[in-house]
Design a protein around this ligand. Structure first.
Ligand code: HEC
Ligand code: HEC
Ligand code: HEC
Ligand code: HEC
Ligand code: HEC
Ligand code: HEC
Ligand code: HEC
Ligand code: HEC
Ligand code: HEC
Ligand code: HEC
Length: 464
């Protein structure tokens, strides 16, 4: 009896083992992957048309030695489960390809027969493009430098760059990764953003028909004279590649995790080196490097030329920014979040004849009373009168400082000049911000300014 039970058990075990081995063989064949699951159809087709068509799916998608482990089976099953549960479009499982799969001795070992492999050290041609003069330019790439010189915390995997980016290629190196790493948080054309590390800088003169005695301007001449490359190439690099906290929530539920978001070393170590995250899992994908209309880039950079337009109106309404005034004095409109259009509602023109929405005092009356329509005018006049008086005080302070130079101690002159500047800054807010936007604060600014001017004179020991 006991013997029979043992035989039955033995038969069952044998059957199970052969089923597993059989399915292992069966499921390891590329055809299984390509035909059984329809989510594999596109990857299968792109693999078939690639240089790797003679390498089996599992040789890349399982790390060497991993194939027969339970974890690996789970990964495979996971793929089938997502396939069963969802439509093709919705299935997005991150695909893992371990570095060891790529770097086995029969494929792309870093070191071959005693020396480093060619692909590792050679200057490869990454892309070719058409230059402005129709000649062909190219951008090189060297693996070795990219494993040696990298930015903090980043140990790149093969898959970080060689990834699936378009339908018809199984994997390719997309430019976004290069541009993010080379241009984010860099000074224009410096360090790893220096043009010449990727391009040949032209040597031809800008003026094609220049005579030799003209000393034609070339890129090299500009470089010697330290002309900023941004003068003419600003538009080529756009975007920031910022990391917004909301992106972290794609993968993490725990808000605690976000506290390390500024720690780039840790972020890169724990996600790139230790995991297999893609750069754009965290960084915005807006980093671009290509030709664009060259005025736009300059004009859009308002802050490159001046402080924010209407900064002073904002400061005045918010009652902030005055020197020597230690708390804000907002007008009620600010607290109630009244926008500029509450009053600026009348079509008109500015002093240069361009269209501009002017303030319409009828609006004051709509919210307040008809009487208040007049107060705007009255305030404007009152502020202007005070401002004129303050300008006189300013002139006296300037004269006193000029007179004291070389006579009064340097330290006193310096201190007086600081006071003068503080006062002038306050007057600028009123002048440029339009006193009418917040009369109370304007008056306070003027008063504080006049005090500063007087203190400057006192500091120098000059009689007022
Ligand atoms: C920083 C990005 C980056 C990383 C990381 C990277 N590669 Fe590459 N690789 C490239 C680029 C760019 C090329 C050249 C152009 C192309 O093939 O698209 C290239 C080309 C290759 C080539 C073809 C070489 C030839 O002679 O044409 C091989 C093989 C290769 N990589 C293997 C690897 C392996 C293995 C790893 C991981 C150890 C790796 N790469 C990591 C960017 C990268
Ligand atoms: C030479 C190694 C290699 C071979 C062989 C290979 N793959 Fe891939 N596969 C990759 C790499 C690398 C990626 C890109 C991973 C990434 O984007 O991070 C990839 C991506 C994929 C993806 C994800 C595509 C997506 O939409 O993100 C699937 C699915 C896939 N492979 C299935 C297959 C199947 C099925 C086969 C066999 C028919 C196969 N692979 C053969 C290396 C390989
Ligand atoms: C993880 C960040 C990172 C990524 C991604 C990256 N690079 Fe680099 N690359 C660097 C750093 C850092 C250097 C070293 C710069 C230096 O010497 O100051 C460098 C150097 C270079 C050089 C100089 C030549 C050399 O010695 O290798 C070239 C060319 C280059 N990269 C092209 C590329 C291209 C093309 C890509 C995209 C396929 C790319 N890089 C992706 C960080 C990166
Ligand atoms: C990390 C390497 C790298 C750096 C640094 C770099 N470029 Fe490029 N550049 C590229 C690549 C890659 C292309 C892409 C060509 C393409 O899109 O096919 C390119 C394209 C261009 C083009 C052609 C654009 C087009 O749309 O046709 C110009 C011009 C150019 N770069 C100039 C510069 C200048 C000037 C600098 C310095 C401010 C610079 N590059 C810095 C890699 C680089
Ligand atoms: C007076 C304007 C001007 C300045 C300043 C300038 N460039 Fe250029 N640059 C050009 C023009 C024009 C071209 C050729 C036309 C084109 O590619 O759009 C060019 C082309 C290039 C290219 C060739 C890109 C390719 O197509 O292969 C590189 C690289 C480059 N410049 C680098 C620099 C560097 C580095 C500096 C700073 C030292 C600089 N340039 C300063 C006007 C300028
Ligand atoms: C593509 C998915 C993904 C994204 C996006 C992502 N993480 Fe992670 N993160 C992981 C995985 C996977 C781990 C490792 C497993 C773990 O520790 O939970 C990890 C680990 C961490 C850790 C622990 C690191 C350690 O070594 O202790 C922190 C902290 C963290 N992430 C914060 C962030 C922050 C902040 C962001 C946004 C900038 C972010 N993560 C974006 C997937 C992601
Ligand atoms: C887990 C999220 C995450 C991933 C994935 C990630 N980064 Fe970052 N990266 C950050 C954070 C966070 C910072 C630091 C904060 C900042 O610069 O906004 C940062 C900073 C940077 C910087 C600026 C470095 C400096 O010196 O200021 C560069 C460049 C960069 N990352 C490139 C990359 C590249 C290239 C990849 C892909 C190989 C990548 N990052 C992947 C989160 C990530
Ligand atoms: C190349 C430098 C430059 C850039 C870039 C620039 N501005 Fe100006 N802007 C000026 C100068 C200079 C004046 C002063 C004109 C004057 O006083 O006659 C000015 C004046 C103004 C004025 C006051 C009205 C006037 O014409 O006097 C406004 C408003 C203004 N700019 C808005 C902007 C905005 C918004 C942007 C970005 C979209 C911008 N500017 C970008 C140089 C620039
Ligand atoms: C409570 C009503 C009100 C609000 C809110 C307001 N303004 Fe005014 N603004 C005025 C009045 C009244 C004048 C003076 C009109 C006059 O002299 O004819 C004026 C004048 C100006 C002027 C001077 C040019 C002109 O039209 O005379 C500018 C510029 C200006 N405001 C911008 C702004 C901006 C920007 C905001 C929002 C940050 C704003 N204003 C908010 C009422 C307002
Ligand atoms: C959109 C409606 C609205 C418009 C337009 C408006 N106000 Fe007001 N204003 C208010 C409200 C509401 C308050 C706060 C409640 C109160 O004081 O009755 C206020 C407060 C004020 C105050 C008290 C300031 C303080 O800080 O205590 C003055 C003065 C004033 N407004 C004058 C004006 C003048 C002058 C205009 C036209 C240039 C104007 N308002 C336009 C709604 C408006």
């Amino acid at each position: 009896m006991k013997k029979r039970v043992l035989i039955v058990i033995a038969v069952i075990v044998i059957l199970m083992v052969s089923a597993i081995v059989g399915s292992e063989y069966y499921t390891a064949r590329p055809k299984f992957c390509g035909t059984t699951c329809h989510i594999m159809k596109k990857p299968y087709d792109s693999w078939k048309g690639s240089k790797h068509k003679d390498t089996a799916c599992v040789d890349c998608h399982y790390a060497p030695g991993e194939k027969f482990t339970p974890q690996a089976k789970f990964k495979g099953l996971g793929q089938v489960f997502t396939y069963l549960a969802f439509e093709e479009r919705e299935v997005r499982k991150p695909t893992l390809v371990s570095d060891q799969s790529c770097m086995t001795s029969k494929c792309h070992p870093q070191t071959g027969t005693g020396k480093e492999s060619e692909y590792w050290t050679k200057k490869l041609t990454y892309v070719e493009y058409e230059r402005a003069d129709k000649s062909t330019g190219s951008v090189p790439f060297i693996h070795k430098t990219h494993s040696e010189k990298t930015i903090e915390g980043q140990k790149l995997h093969c898959q970080t760059c060689h990834s699936h980016a378009s339908v018809d290629k199984h994997f390719e190196v997309s430019k976004e990764t290069c541009f993010l790493c080379h241009f984010r948080n860099t000074k224009f054309a410096e360090g790893r953003a220096k043009c010449s590390i990727c391009h040949e800088v032209p040597t031809k003169p800008f003026k094609q028909d220049a005579r030799p005695e003209e000393k034609p301007v070339t890129h090299q001449v500009l470089e010697q004279r330290k002309v900023s490359c941004a003068s003419c190439h600003l538009e080529l690099i756009k975007g920031k590649g910022e990391v917004k906290p909301v992106r972290c929530l794609d993968c993490h539920d725990d808000l605690e995790m976000l506290k390390d978001i500024k720690d780039k070393k840790k972020m890169h170590e724990s996600h790139i080196a230790a995991q297999n995250a893609k750069c754009l899992d965290c960084h915005d994908s807006d980093m671009q490097h290509k030709k664009a209309p060259h005025f736009d880039a300059a004009i859009q950079d308002c802050a490159g030329c001046h402080s924010e337009p209407h900064l002073y109106q904002k400061m005045l309404i918010a009652g902030e920014g005055g020197k020597g005034i230690d708390r804000p004095f907002p007008i009620k409109h600010y607290d109630m979040k009244t926008s500029c259009f509450a009053c600026h509602a009348k079509e008109g023109h500015d002093s240069k004849g361009r269209k501009a929405m002017r303030a319409d005092v009828k609006r004051c009356g709509e919210c307040h009373t008809k009487e208040d329509e007049k107060s705007a005018e009255a305030w404007k006049a009152a502020v202007e009168t005070e401002l004129r008086a303050a300008r006189d005080a300013e002139k006296k302070a300037i004269a006193a400082i000029e007179g004291a130079k070389g006579k009064a101690p340097d330290k006193a002159v310096k201190k007086a000049m600081g006071m003068l500047r503080d006062g002038q800054e306050n007057l600028k807010i009123v002048d440029a911000g339009g006193g009418v936007h917040n009369k109370k604060y304007s008056m306070l600014l003027i008063e504080t300014a006049v005090e500063s001017f007087e203190n400057a004179i006192t500091e120098l020991g000059v009689k007022k």
